[in-house]
Design a protein around this ligand. Sequence first.
Ligand code: NAP
Length: 310
Amino acid sequence: MKTPPLVLVVGATGALGRPVVRRLLAAGVPVRALCRHPAQAADLVALGAEVVAGDLIDAASLQRACVGVQSVLACAHGLLGRGRWRSEAVDDTGHRALIAASQAAGVQRFVYVSALLAGPDSPLDFGRTKHAIEQAVAASGLPHAILRPSAFMEHHVHRFNGEPFLKHGRAVFFGPASKPRNFVAADDVARIAVHALLDDPLPFERLDIGGPDHASNAEVAALYARLAGLPYKATHLPAGLARALARVVRPLHPGVARILGLMGLPDEALPEHFDGAAALAQRFGFRMTRLQAFVQARVQAHVQAQVPAR
Ligand SMILES: NC(=O)c1ccc[n+]([C@@H]2O[C@H](COP(=O)([O-])OP(=O)(O)OC[C@H]3O[C@@H](n4cnc5c(N)ncnc54)[C@H](OP(=O)(O)O)[C@@H]3O)[C@@H](O)[C@H]2O)c1
């Protein structure tokens, strides 16, 4: 019987990494998860993953982690990092080191998670770095697949918007927050990542990924309000304030400054449109998560968590 390939997942504790690891293990595929803090991956160990300590800024740890591995999934990032974990060290140098370690270990497939916003002229340094690593992966000689997802619902719908709205009863935005944005569920991206890792032959080399719905940040908060039965309240701060704060914060925390800079961008500087969801659903044979269903589930979980235990 053919032994299933060992997959190394870098970023296994992330919104995308966790469902990929779960799906691989459920399919009987052995997983090695490289984690900065292995204790935070106890749930993955319980499911059967081998967790190894490592860090994208520690090239030797990447070399050790790649030994005996057939496929690598690179789904970590340092968007919000600072100091030795600043984005340049993690997203650029660290990923180049991971590519080199994969080449040296004879890895047979390298799957890199980039982003829909990546490009040589992205207004965001992170988008330009992602583009540079896409190019490094393509030039590496490794059989590869590059996934380019839109904004994950788990972070951009819930964590940064719906969750604080439910907690404080008010949304706070920089600017009008009226740009239509495409959101995708990380678990939907995970399904496609598993195809990229396991399908033979390689199903694609580069794929844009997004969900079926678009909404502005203000519309997302209003949806939470409606589904939770709360009045919709929002404060809109001037977008220029985000840019000014970014300049002040940058020397102290370049990651936070990056997010503030992003919030201060005019809508047209970074369009977030995607219209290929129906084609993706048909190609990979599953129903993509709708925005309303995702929010409904999060609101229900919030309501249940507030009911006192009897
Ligand atoms: N979130 C989005 O909306 C979005 C959209 C498009 C593309 N993407 C891309 O999709 C991928 C997954 O994103 P995500 O949202 O799932 O990430 P996430 O939830 O923010 O988690 C980040 C992951 O990266 C790991 N990590 C950070 N620095 C590391 C380092 N120095 N060495 C090793 N691991 C490190 C973290 O591990 P620790 O447990 O050690 O912190 C964590 O597992 C990333 O490449 C991201 O750029 C994300």
